[in-house]
Design a protein around this ligand. Sequence first.
Ligand SMILES: C[S@@+](CC[C@H](N)C(=O)[O-])C[C@H]1O[C@@H](n2cnc3c(N)ncnc32)[C@H](O)[C@@H]1O
Length: 377
Amino acid sequence: MPKAKRKVHGGADSSPYAKPTAKSTAAHSIFKMNHDLGQHVLKNPGIANAIVQKANLKQSDHVLEVGPGTGNLTVLILKAAKAVTAVEFDPRMAAELTKRVQGTPDAKRLKVMLGDVIKTELPHFDVCISNTPYQISSPLVFKLLALPNPPRCSILMFQREFALRLFAKPGDKLYSRLSVNVQMWAKVSHVMKVGRNNFSPPPQVESNVVRIEPRHPRPQLSFEEFDGLLRIAFVRKNRTLRSSFLGTTAIVGMLERNYRLWCSQNDVPVDDTPLTEVNDVDAMAVDGEDEEEWAGFSDADEDDELPDFFKQERDARKQNGAGRKKRGRVTELVREKIRKVLEDETQLVEKRARLCDEGDFLRLLYAFNQEGIHFSS
Ligand SMILES: C[S@@+](CC[C@H](N)C(=O)[O-])C[C@H]1O[C@@H](n2cnc3c(N)ncnc32)[C@H](O)[C@@H]1O
């Protein structure tokens, strides 16, 4: 039996959201929602209006809407802003939206871009509004934070647990790399709770709308450097920083490569003569870690996945065998620099990432950078 098709959107009362004109009736065509794309259309006009109002739009604003769907938010944004760029992955949705505004005065002020917003080069915009498809919550926040010229404000709807991660503090269960990053670069505030029955079809969980505003002045820091350090610290947020930074050859190897690059860019000579012969596996055990524990990364959050460099290093080691190896002087030097930063300079060596605050991470980054150790290449 064929599966029942759902109405694309079902508003009820107020115009223009729910009392469709002849034009927008065409947009109410019927097709099956794609759950893989997080297609839960907002059907409560009151919530849609509140979201747009909370953005405090100016008539001169250019708004980016992520995932416009059939346009329930878009038509309201168009009433309050100068222009809207709407990035939509699903061509069926993009076609519905285009039809909905076609022939209206708003059509000229709407640009629909088809594609994955995460991979799309975005034009400049003042405000971002999104009933966010839950699969891209994390990459979308990271993309917005990393923009050199971030929007004045972003009003974003997320699944509740994801929203709570944005506010989490050191020691909270939901504290993660995302929490530290977002709080470093922005001010996050809660806008409203939205029950699951306000969507069609209803998602499994409740949602929250949050406001993200960039900090002024913007911290004088490289986003990639700070995030690179957090990636290492949060792969295993319950382990000590000693364990995270010194416990695996993969991390030390990556930091050594970055150190070599920094040396070459700063005319610092490196001594490549082999120093000691050590058993690589034993060396890891001495440092108190087993590579397999990394592979489990049981305490990692979804956005703190095993970094690519670790996987590459692990595969290379499997191929080459992890037998007796000569550890170079540079490796020893880098290990000593890491030890010095953790033990002497910051005294954070026994602290765990889940308990470190923004100030701890900043101190770590500063001390590593002073030693010529960097986290972005
Ligand atoms: C939760 S629905 C929101 C629809 C509409 N804005 C609303 O509030 O009724 C999410 C929308 O994002 C779109 N989408 C999913 N992944 C996307 C991506 N990577 N880039 C752009 N749009 C995406 C989906 O096709 C869907 O239309």
